[in-house]
Design a protein around this ligand. Structure first.
Ligand SMILES: *Cc1c(COP(=O)(O)O)cnc(C)c1O
Length: 248
């Protein structure tokens, strides 16, 4: 299977999930997660019409952003606050915002001429120690404050479900996230119209619940190189390590 074949398969799954959920087929956008993938893989996806790409590691991402400036770039990894300036400068979206300190830094460093940085707040509903994200309690303050920052445009919530959830339990989990997001709109003082729930293995359940973005890596690009580049600080590996344990 080529990247082009994989992309059509994933688009077919999204299409079918939208129909099954009674949602318009353009209600869900596909974020191709290209972390650890070489520029040639991105080239293949761009040639197949893919416009949005997600990256977890800043250094790894910067050369790809330079090579494909016409693409829309999403940062989806753990954020060290000393990286906030570069992230705010080079990306169009951040899906993994979970602290006020980082929110303020992204706001400060977002260049005026780039327009607002679109952000999702990552939530860790199950309070899993192995994952990033704000708790349900932290979220209230975070939403209120983030919504006030003039250079940030709050989209909604992002989450990675616990690995153990399947079937009805997974559907319940996504439904809880959607309820939580709707409940936060009064605190944000605005409609939160986007959700970033759903990955390669659970996109159907996420779309059924109402997600508007799905973040798909392996189903498009195949297995990832598990090792990070040697110049990558150990901390940047955490998300990848954590999350590979989810998929074994
Ligand atoms: C890697 C990653 C993905 C993609 O996961 P797949 O299982 O390969 O589709 C999605 N979201 C986040 C936050 C990731 O780190």
């Amino acid at each position: 299977m080529t990247i082009q074949d994989n992309l059509s398969k994933v688009r077919g799954r999204i299409h079918a999930a939208c129909l099954a959920a009674g949602r318009p087929i353009d209600a869900v956008q596909l974020l191709a997660v290209s972390k650890t993938q070489p520029p040639a893989a991105i080239r293949a996806a761009v040639d197949a019409g893919q416009s949005d790409f997600g990256e977890n590691y800043l250094q790894d991402a910067l050369e790809k952003i330079l090579a494909f400036p016409q693409a829309t770039w999403h940062f989806i990894g753990g954020i060290q606050s000393n990286k906030a300036k570069e992230i705010a400068t080079h990306f169009d979206y951040v899906h993994s915002l979970s602290s006020l300190r980082v929110a303020r830094r992204l706001n400060t460093y977002r260049p005026q001429h780039s327009g607002k940085l679109k952000v999702f707040l990552q939530v860790n509903l199950a309070a899993e120690a192995s994952k990033g994200g704000a708790s349900r309690n932290e979220l209230t303050d975070l939403v209120g404050e983030t919504a006030q920052l003039p250079q940030l445009d709050l989209q909604g919530l992002m989450a990675i479900p616990p690995a153990s959830l399947k079937g009805a339990a997974l559907n319940d989990y996504f439904a809880q996230l959607v309820d939580l997001q709707v409940g936060l709109e009064s605190i944000a003082g605005a409609r939160l119209s986007q959700s970033s729930f759903g990955m390669s293995q659970d996109l159907e359940a996420a779309i059924l619940a109402g997600s508007t973005w799905v973040r798909i890596g392996t189903a498009i690009f195949g297995a990832r190189r598990t090792q990070a580049a040697p110049n990558m600080p150990a901390t940047q590996n955490t998300e990848e390590t954590k999350e590979s344990s989810r998929y074994g």
